[in-house]
Design a protein around this ligand. Structure first.
Ligand code: ZN
Length: 229
C-alpha cells in the first residue's frame, strides 16, 4: 500500500500548508458551505472543477460522471441539482464538457466497452438528433468534438427540463444554466452561449406548471375531483 501511504503523506503536507497560511482555514470551512456555483462535469481526471476555475474548497458544488450527462432517471445527479438549487440556493449551474472526451468519442463508434455502453447510449441519442450536421464533418476527431459541444447543449436542456429548475423559476428565484466546453490542449474554457434563465426558452412539451399550482388537495381527491382547488 505504498501508493496510498504516499497519498496520506501528501494530504498531511497539504493540510499543514493550509493551516500555516491561514490558521482558521479548516475551522472556517467546517462551519458550513455557501458555494456560488454547481458544476456538472466529466469524470475525466484531467478536468477537475476547482483547479480549472481556480476556486478554493467551498466555492463550487460538484457533480461529475462520464461525459457530463444529466439523465432524467439518474437520482444521484438529480439529488445534487435539487440540493444545490433548493438548499444551497445556488444561482448558476455550469454544465462543462471537454474536447477529446473519451465517453463522447466512444459513443461515436461501435466498439463495446461493457456496462458503460448503456450510459453512453444517451450520447448516441444526441448523435441521432444532429446526424445530418455530424455526418457532414469528414474529420472523425472533429466530428466527435462537435458532438462534445452538442452534448453540453443537450445536457443544459436536460437540467432546465427538471422540475427542480422549473420550480425555482416559478418561484421567482434567479437561476441560470450555462454550457461551456474545456480544451485539454490549452486549459481554456469556451462559452457555448447557451445560457438559459427562463422557462420561455424551453420547448412546450417540457414545460411544467409549478408544483404548487397543479397540486391536487386531498379534499379534491376525496371528492373525486381532478381540478386543483
Ligand atoms: Zn470526458
Amino acid at each position: 500500500m505504498a501508493e496510498l501511504a504516499r497519498l496520506f503523506e501528501k494530504n498531511r503536507a497539504w493540510a499543514s500548508a493550509q493551516v500555516a497560511a491561514d490558521p482558521l482555514y479548516f475551522s472556517r470551512l467546517a462551519q458550513g458551505q455557501a458555494p456560488k456555483y454547481l458544476w456538472i462535469g466529466c469524470s475525466d481526471s484531467r478536468v477537475p472543477a476547482n483547479q480549472i476555475l481556480d476556486l478554493a474548497p467551498g466555492d463550487v458544488f460538484v457533480h461529475r460522471n462520464v461525459a457530463n450527462l444529466v439523465v432524467h432517471t439518474d437520482m444521484s445527479c438529480l439529488s445534487v441539482i435539487q440540493f444545490a438549487v433548493e438548499v444551497l440556493k445556488i444561482e448558476h449551474i455550469i454544465v462543462c464538457g471537454h474536447y477529446s472526451c473519451g465517453g463522447v468519442h466512444a459513443a461515436c463508434g461501435s466498439k463495446q466497452y461493457g456496462l458503460i455502453d448503456n450510459w453512453l447510449r444517451n450520447i448516441k441519442d444526441i448523435y441521432r438528433m444532429y446526424k445530418a450536421e455530424l455526418d457532414s464533418i469528414e474529420d472523425q476527431h472533429g466530428r466527435a468534438d462537435r458532438l462534445c459541444e452538442l452534448n453540453v447543449i443537450e445536457q443544459v436542456k436536460n437540467v432546465c427540463h427538471t422540475t427542480i429548475v422549473q420550480n425555482a423559476w416559478a418561484s421567482g428565484r434567479p437561476l441560470s444554466v450555462h454550457g461551456v466546453v474545456y480544451s485539454l490542449e490549452d486549459g481554456l474554457l469556451r462559452d457555448l452561449a447557451v445560457r438559459v434563465n427562463t422557462p420561455g426558452a424551453l420547448e412546450d412539451i417540457y414545460r411544467t406548471d409549478s408544483y404548487r399550482s397543479t397540486h391536487i388537495p386531498s379534499t379534491a381527491l376525496a371528492n373525486g375531483s381532478s381540478h386543483a382547488g
